[in-house]
Ligand binder design. Structure first.
Ligand SMILES: Cc1cc2nc3c(=O)[nH]c(=O)nc-3n(C[C@H](O)[C@H](O)[C@H](O)COP(=O)(O)OP(=O)(O)OC[C@H]3O[C@@H](n4cnc5c(N)ncnc54)[C@H](O)[C@@H]3O)c2cc1C
Length: 435
């Protein structure tokens, strides 16, 4: 657009965007968490960035209701609207899950998981209670898609690697469990590589239970449908995502699973001034449809989200200038998944050919693909620098769990000291005499 032609306002409750495919590597400490996020105000200097939440929209008046970080809600008028609010963890009413579960959708969770896992090793190393030790060294992951398989792969690698620094914890003392309701893991890379991924994790001592689910995890007591019961202090929930539930208040046409229903042009059905893309949109997969599947939809992944964004940007400008809209059509280029240092699976699609890779080569493909896809040159450099340093320096294994309550120690130091017992008694009796 020409300078001054429009005002672009970005509303997001976070002041940064997160490259989620790197969350497992951030949880393992291979990439610094700050390098996985991109500060919006710095990379969008010509846009207005509002840190807040869009709570609803009014299509008749063309205004969005904004709940800022602090203070009163207010309305923001718009001429054109883009909806890209992503997805949230899909959960079920499982007893104990809300209290015990750890999600894997944001950088805060990745940092929290890393601190939590290393803290469990600290606990296990220093306790004399065998039950506490067992619970601390048992790690349960529910959901074996990209997020779950990559996270367990990275965290298992980190934890077993860190064990060498502990006198009373060995690699073999840890128990890693991956549970999935489906009969395979990593469906994104196809059945053969998914089966390889499972076999690979099992060869590292991960117990993989398929076609089963978690019935409850009250106080960390995990009960699986297949009858297995274990106590675990770490229950990571990566059992899929669902479109942002805020969409249900927007009055837009939604698909059966709650996505905004869009045309192939990414325009929301029945509108010519609202577009949607990414995990919160139900976008027809034109290649799949051309190949005879009338119900083909783009799966929710970064590959589609990033490519849809480019088409969407052009279409908004075409909409403003009265030019025709372009359809989004993208052939699947494959999928790559990292399963810890030097381990991975990859499926690369080249025309009609599917190249399947596993092991170190697949891991290089994973890093090369995501390293290049990481938004902004600045972040690319930082991520590659982290990886390069990781080749020469040992992995950091410090738990900074106290970061979650940083004021606690200062509060203890600064709070008024209690009156010494003797003096307190004296003053009580003096008070009694005076009265
Ligand atoms: C652990 C993990 C690993 C993954 N690995 C891969 C992978 O290897 N390959 C791959 O292709 N995909 C992967 N994915 C999926 C991929 O990250 C997502 O498909 C992609 O991020 C979707 O982009 P998006 O812009 O639609 O949503 P998001 O990236 O989720 O962005 C949504 C934005 O909307 C904001 N928002 C939320 N609510 C509101 C509101 N009310 N008002 C305003 N803003 C709001 C959020 O703060 C966020 O910034 C992975 C996902 C996870 C969680």
């Amino acid at each position: 657009m020409r300078y001054g032609e429009a005002t672009v306002t970005v509303v997001d409750p976070r002041s940064y965007m997160t490259y989620q495919p790197f969350l497992p590597e951030a949880a393992a400490g291979n990439i610094s968490p700050r390098h996985v996020v991109v500060p919006l105000r710095r990379v969008l200097p010509k846009a207005e960035v509002l840190t807040g939440r869009v709570t609803t929209i009014d299509q008749d008046r063309k205004v969005a209701a904004i709940a800022p970080l602090v203070g009163e809600a207010y309305e923001l008028p718009f001429d054109y609207l883009v909806i890209a609010m992503g997805a949230v963890s899909r959960t079920f009413p499982i007893p104990g899950l809300a209290e015990q579960g750890i999600g894997m959708k944001g950088i805060e969770e990745a940092i929290g998981l890393r601190n939590h896992v290393l803290e469990q090793l600290d606990k296990a190393d220093s306790t004399t209670d065998e039950e506490v030790r067992r619970k601390a060294l048992t790690f349960v992951f529910v959901g074996g898609g990209f997020a779950g398989a990559e996270t367990i792969g990275e965290v298992e690698d980190l934890a077993r690697d860190a064990a060498k620094y502990y006198n009373n914890v060995s690699r073999e003392d840890m128990r890693f469990i991956l549970v999935d309701a489906a009969d395979k893991i990593l469906p994104e890379v196809g059945p053969k590589l998914g089966a390889y991924g499972k076999k690979h994790l099992e060869s590292r001592g991960v117990e993989v239970y398929l076609s089963t689910s978690m019935d409850s995890c009250v106080d960390g007591h995990v009960v699986l449908k297949n009858g297995l019961e274990v106590d675990s202090s770490t229950i990571v929930w990566t059992a899929g995502v669902k479109p942002n539930p805020a969409l249900s208040r927007f009055g837009l046409p939604l698909g059966p699973r709650g996505h905004v229903d869009t045309a192939a042009t990414l325009q929301v059905q029945g509108t010519d001034y609202i577009w949607a893309a990414g995990d919160n949109a139900q976008v027809p997969d034109m290649i799949g449809r051309k190949n005879g599947n009338p119900n083909a939809w783009c799966p929710p992944n970064a590959q589609h989200a990033l490519r849809q964004a480019k088409v969407l940007g052009d279409n908004v400008i075409s909409g403003m200038r009265g030019f025709p809209q372009k359809e989004y059509s993208h052939a699947n280029k494959g999928a790559v998944a990292g399963l810890g240092l030097h381990k991975g699976v990859a499926m690369i699609v080249m025309g009609k050919m599917k190249i399947k890779l596993k092991g170190r080569l697949a891991w290089y493909m994973h890093r090369a693909y995501h390293g290049m896809a990481m938004p902004t040159f600045n972040r690319k450099i930082r991520v590659f620098a982290d990886w390069t340093l990781g080749m020469f320096l040992k992995r950091e294994v410090v738990s900074l769990g106290a970061m979650e309550t940083p004021r606690e120690e200062f509060y203890e130091a600064a709070k008024p000291a209690p009156a010494p017992a003797a003096k307190a008694e004296e003053s009580e009796s003096a008070k009694a005499k005076a009265s």
